[in-house]
Design a protein around this ligand. Structure first.
Ligand SMILES: NC(=O)c1ccc[n+]([C@@H]2O[C@H](COP(=O)([O-])OP(=O)(O)OC[C@H]3O[C@@H](n4cnc5c(N)ncnc54)[C@H](O)[C@@H]3O)[C@@H](O)[C@H]2O)c1
Length: 306
């Protein structure tokens, strides 16, 4: 259906070079793909430019130069701007182009974007990710892909450079639905881990020992064994770096809002998901929005004790 070349190392567009986009783009480069990059905050493109990659002046400029584009943006609003804005991808997209949005956004927005992209003779897929910045760096992300099934192989060729699991979920928007369920569970398990660790520490236990016990016991989860929220328990995670980098609390609150919308439209009870949503929203209003979401531990610690 298109002239887009599969399995060739023609330039790939990459838009959104934040905590996740930066290491993802680097993994595409490692696999031999030249990149055409754009970010609304030009400073983040500097290191790529210095390494010889091409930096574009707008998403439209990226679409003019590349027929495969990956976007990694904070929220629905940003994806709409990058696709449909005044200098958006759709202004210059070539027929047959493959546009993969790896941002976590509202599934209904993915569906709308897919319709607009289709009108231009191109293909849109949603492919949100799980795994955090560690997995983005090591190329071990999990991609949840929604879209036309016969385009999945083309998407897999690129996504496989950045992730170890690339799963087809169904029609466009279904990748987002899967991702939203995952992040609701993650939000709940992170709060649970922070509560358990805080309780143990206040009961006199050594945090490293407590984490070791949890990780050998039935309370073990990703938040306890891979991304522990207590400073000093693990190296290389945001809690040991003053909660810098990682997955911002504001982004987690956004994902829980998406879970809430989805629960409302499907009349699904999400009691713990709703409480988690309110906790992360309170954190945002108390100065935690830019910190990694595992700072819920710090937030709990700072609550007055009686
Ligand atoms: N950080 C994580 O651990 C993690 C894990 C899984 C999924 N996600 C999801 O991945 C997405 C990106 O997350 P992140 O942590 O990298 O966010 P981030 O805020 O660190 O990076 C987003 C980047 O997009 C750029 N941007 C914003 N609007 C733009 C626009 N209009 N045009 C061009 N660039 C624009 C920003 O300047 C920034 O560099 C989010 O949807 C998030 O929910 C994040």
């Amino acid at each position: 259906m298109c002239s887009r070349s599969m399995a060739s190392k023609t330039p790939v567009g990459f838009i959104g070079l934040g905590n996740m986009g930066n290491p993802m783009a680097k993994n595409l480069i490692k696999h031999g793909y030249p990149l055409i990059l754009y970010d609304v905050f030009p400073d983040v493109c500097k290191e790529f430019k210095e390494a010889g990659e091409q930096v574009a002046s707008s998403p439209a400029d990226v679409a003019e130069k590349a027929d495969r584009i990956i976007t990694m943006l904070p929220s629905s609003m940003n994806s709409i701007e990058v696709y449909s804005g005044a200098n958006g991808i759709l202004k210059k997209v070539k027929k047959g182009s493959l546009l993969i949005d790896s941002s976590t956004i509202d599934p209904s927005v993915s569906k709308e974007l897919a319709k607009e992209v289709e009108k231009m003779g191109a293909v849109f897929m949603d492919a949100p990710v799980s795994g955090g910045v560690g997995a983005a760096r090591s190329g071990n992300l999990t991609f949840m892909v929604g879209g036309v099934e016969n385009e999945f192989a083309a998407a897999q060729e690129l996504l496989g450079c950045m992730g170890s699991n690339v799963l087809y979920c169904g029609a466009v928007g279904s990748g987002q639905s899967a991702k939203i369920c995952n992040n609701m569970l993650l939000a709940i398990s992170m709060i649970g881990t922070a509560e358990a660790m805080n309780l143990g520490i206040r009961s006199g236990l050594d945090p490293k020992l407590l984490a070791k016990i949890l990780n050998m016991s039935s309370g073990r989860c990703w938040s306890s064994d891979t991304y522990n929220p207590v400073p000093g328990v693990m190296d290389g995670v945001p809690s040991s770096n003053n909660y810098q980098g990682g997955f911002g609390t504001t982004l987690m609150a956004k994902d829980l809002g998406l879970a809430q919308d989805s629960a409302t439209s499907t009349k699904t009870p999400i009691l713990l998901g709703s409480v988690a949503h309110q906790i992360y929203r309170m954190m945002c209003s108390k100065g935690y929005s830019k910190k990694d979401f595992s700072s819920v531990f710090q937030y709990l610690r700072e609550e007055e004790t009686f």
